[in-house]
Design a protein around this ligand. Structure first.
Ligand code: 0X9
Ligand code: ZN
Length: 379
C-alpha cells in the first residue's frame, strides 16, 4: 500500500537537501523550503523515519484518489484521441496557417502530434511549446493545446498575424500519449512512458532521457533503477517519445522552447544537472524573461509562480531544457502549472481550474514568443 506523506526534517543530521540526494527511489511531488510531499510505500516511509525524518501521512493513496480522481475531474481534459481530433480540426479548418505533423510514435505505437503554425514563408525563426512528458500532469496538455487554438483564432490580428508572417510556432501538447492513456484507464498517478524494462517493471521517465549530461546523477529524482518513477532509461534517447522531440528540434532548429509540466507553480530554467549557473549573458536573459513571465502571470489572477534554476528544485540529469539549452544554446523553460500544493489536488487538478490556468499562462507564453520573434535584428 502506498501513502502520500509530508516529510520534515527533525534535526541537522537529516536535512531535506540530503534526502533529495539519496538514491531512495522516492516519488517526490513537492519541494518547499521546510517540507517535501512524496508518495512512498509504507516500507519507504518507515525507512525515512529510521533515517531521522518526521513523516506525516496526508492520505493513503487510495483515499486521495477517491477524493480527487472523480468523474468530474476527467471532464474537460483531453484524451489522446480527443486531442488528435481537435488538432486535426484546427489544421483542417485553417490550412493556410496550421499543419498537423506526426513527429513520431510512442512505445505502444500511438502517434505523437505537433501542430505547425505560421505561413511557412521559408523563415528560420521558429519556437516550440511542449506538453505532457509526464502522464499524470493533465493540465500540461491543456495549456499548450489552448495556446495553439488561441494562435489560430487570432491569426488575422497582430501580434499573431505578424508572428505568423515572420516564422513558425510548433505545439506538441502530448509527448507521452501511452502514459496519458494509462492514467485514464489504469492508474491516475502514472508518470513515465509504457516501456517494458528488462526486469519486468514498466516505464522510463521521458524527462530524464534527453542526451545532455544524461545519466550523470544517481539520486531519487534521477534514478538508474528501472522500477523507479524517475528512471533515466538504458541510454540517452532510448525512448521513441524522446526521439520524436529530438528529431523535431534537430530539424526545425527552434530559437526557444517551453515545456509544460505540473504541479507547484514554478518557472524553471537550466541547469538541472548542476547547481552551477549557466553563463551570462544567457543567464541574465533567461532570468529576466522568467521574472517577466512571473509578473505577467501574477497580474492575471494573483497567482505566484516561483522563478528558480531547475536544480534548486531538485537535481536531475537528462531533462528537456538541459538538452535544448546545452545542445542548442536557446532560451529554454519548464513551467510547472497549477496548483501550488497537494492540498489543492496536486496532479489531479479540478477541471474548473483549466480556464484560469490557461488565462494566466496565455500572456506569459505570448511574452516568450514576443521575446523570440520581436527581437531587434542586431540583438
Ligand atoms: O521532475 C521533473 O521532470 C519536473 N518536475 S515534475 O514534477 N513535473 O516531474 C522538473 C524538471 C525540471 N528540472 C529539474 N528540476 N532539474
Ligand atoms: Zn512533469
Amino acid at each position: 500500500m502506498s501513502v502520500i506523506a509530508k516529510v520534515t526534517s527533525s534535526g541537522p543530521q537529516a536535512p531535506l537537501s540530503q534526502l533529495l540526494l539519496a538514491p531512495l527511489g522516492l516519488d517526490i511531488w513537492e519541494v518547499k523550503a521546510d517540507h517535501l510531499v512524496l508518495q512512498a510505500t509504507e516500507a519507504q516511509a518507515e525507512r525515512l523515519e529510521h533515517m531521522g525524518y518526521s513523516i506525516e501521512q496526508l492520505h493513503e493513496t487510495e483515499s486521495y484518489l477517491s477524493a480527487f480522481a472523480t468523474d468530474d475531474a476527467v471532464t474537460g481534459y483531453h484524451s489522446a484521441a480527443s486531442l488528435e481530433a481537435d488538432l486535426r480540426r484546427l489544421a483542417t479548418d485553417n490550412p493556410e496557417i496550421a499543419e498537423l505533423h506526426e513527429i513520431g510514435r510512442s512505445v505502444e505505437n500511438r502517434p505523437i502530434w505537433a501542430l505547425r503554425l505560421g505561413q511557412r514563408r521559408g523563415s528560420t525563426l521558429k519556437m516550440a511549446f511542449l506538453g505532457c512528458h509526464h502522464a499524470r500532469e493533465w493540465i500540461s496538455v491543456e495549456v499548450p493545446y489552448l495556446l495553439a487554438e488561441y494562435l489560430v483564432t487570432h491569426a488575422a490580428t497582430d501580434p499573431v498575424q505578424h508572428w505568423f508572417q515572420e516564422g513558425e510556432i510548433w505545439v506538441a501538447p502530448m509527448v507521452n500519449p501511452d502514459g496519458h492513456e494509462y492514467t485514464r484507464t489504469h492508474n491516475r498517478l502514472w508518470r513515465k512512458n509504457r516501456r517494458r524494462n528488462p526486469d519486468g517493471s514498466m516505464g522510463v521517465d521521458p524527462n530524464r532521457n534527453y542526451g545532455y549530461m544524461w545519466g550523470t546523477l544517481d539520486v531519487s529524482t534521477s534514478s538508474h533503477v528501472p522500477r523507479d518513477d524517475t528512471y533515466v532509461g538504458p541510454r540517452a534517447f532510448s525512448e521513441p517519445e524522446v526521439q520524436a522531440v529530438r528529431n523535431l528540434v534537430a530539424r526545425e532548429l527552434f530559437a526557444g522552447v517551453l515545456t509544460y509540466h505540473s504541479y507547484s507553480q514554478l518557472i524553471l530554467f537550466p541547469w538541472g544537472y548542476t547547481s552551477k549557473p549557466i553563463a551570462d549573458p544567457d543567464h541574465h536573459e533567461m532570468q529576466d524573461l522568467a521574472n517577466d513571465m512571473q509578473r505577467i502571470i501574477r497580474g492575471v489572477h494573483g497567482e505566484t509562480y516561483t522563478v528558480e534554476q531547475s536544480s534548486q528544485l531538485y537535481p536531475t540529469a537528462g531533462d528537456t531544457t538541459d538538452w535544448t539549452y546545452g545542445e542548442y544554446g536557446i532560451p529554454s523553460f519548464t513551467i510547472e502549472l497549477r496548483p501550488q500544493t497537494q492540498a489543492e489536488g496536486g496532479f489531479i487538478l479540478p477541471s474548473s481550474q483549466i480556464q484560469p490556468t490557461w488565462e494566466e499562462n496565455r500572456p506569459a507564453a505570448l511574452r516568450f514568443i514576443s521575446h523570440i520573434f520581436d527581437k531587434p535584428a542586431d540583438a
